[in-house]
Design a protein around this ligand. Sequence first.
Ligand SMILES: [Zn+2]
Length: 462
Amino acid sequence: MHDIRFAPAAIGSGVRSALRLACGPALAFGLAACGGGPPGGTAEAPRPNIVLYIVDTVRADRLGVYGYGKPTSPRLDAFAAGAVLFENAYAQSSWTRPAVASLFTGLLPPAHRTVGRRSVLPEDATTLAEILAVNGYEGMGLVRNPNVGRAFGFAQGFSRFRSEDRERDETMLDRVRLWLDERQGAEGPFFLFLHAIDPHGPYDPAPEFEEMFEAGGAPAHYRTVRYLLGLNRGEVEPEPETADALSRLYDAEVAQNDRAFGELLDELEARGLVEDTAVIYLSDHGEEFAEHGRWEHGLSLYEEVLRVPLVMRLPGVPPRRVEEPAQHVDVLPTLLAYLGVEAPPTDGRDLLAARRRGDAPLDVYTHLDVDGHRAASVIRGPYKLVLPQSPSQGTAPMLFDLDADPGELTDLAADRPDIVERMLGLLAERNLAGEIVSAEEIEDDQIDEDVRRRLRALGYVD
Ligand SMILES: [Zn+2]
């Protein structure tokens, strides 16, 4: 049994004080309740450190451990052999900010209301970092995508938080080393959140990775933000080789990040931290290469932008592959249950307990509302319904059978109006059928010039 345990008494005031650690990592040590302790240990089980590693823009099907044939992810593949891997993990949105907001809060977009280009994760949102801070974790956030920077509310709960220029992801490790050095001898556990960026456009891998994926033949302008924006806006006509050339550059970037991820794992090992550090690897969304005529992400809700890797190495939890669907909102309740920390109400669930109990999979919900592209989708069983809410997304609900048609090429809506109606009802129940008004917004002139410059470098602002 591994029940979510309630804190005995709230200390201090406010909602966060009710979210204190109730017991140690019960799952890790097979404990039924807080009263015990690790075999031969002290009364209170040690709390593991946590590393949450997001790599931006990685679609699951470009990773070896998810079935890809090219060597993009040797380090992740080896890591996954000792971890719980979710084969069917979904992003809650197809661009960074709402997806990470769902990850940080365990809430679907209608609840966190951090959906658009100017949306800010509101101060009153309860985030994973805040919950962990209340439970004695020292939080460090290091992000390479300004969409999840301080200006947009994502620094909540971290005692240290840096949003940095896009550099190679391996340079993140220098900062991590310094921080780990600094906190040597610190009493409590740490929560390290890293948001890496290599695979995000523009794709400009280091030469050795370019060579490995025979990506060097791509013309120089393919590596620019301007070109990708032009493709997205229909201002540039793709050439017959464009998708393949961009795809190779992207693979090279995925591999480059994989090396950086591996170096982080090596660092944990060198410091003797592997046994007591939970490491969660995932992506915020995928990427399109014209499978449905689009490029990059944030422009649709097709599988190529929603299917992400989710791999958790949790000390004490045996490695396995899990077929049941998982989504961003599940990460917070899963992690907190593992730690024995009471979770606030969320739209997700503890994936490990659900599996043990044999619960039926929950429906997967996704939402997009950025730059005039608005849609929502729900997946139940093999069926996926996409409800377009702006002209760019279509004119009527689309229904796909993902088992028979994983490429989402055949719209079954006209043949199965009964299913369409039922699934539209599901979206309405979750407040996903209409517009979501942002909880908080920031005006362009409130965003400092450095953040704007970095957003432009990723193609986000003109
Ligand atoms: Zn992203």
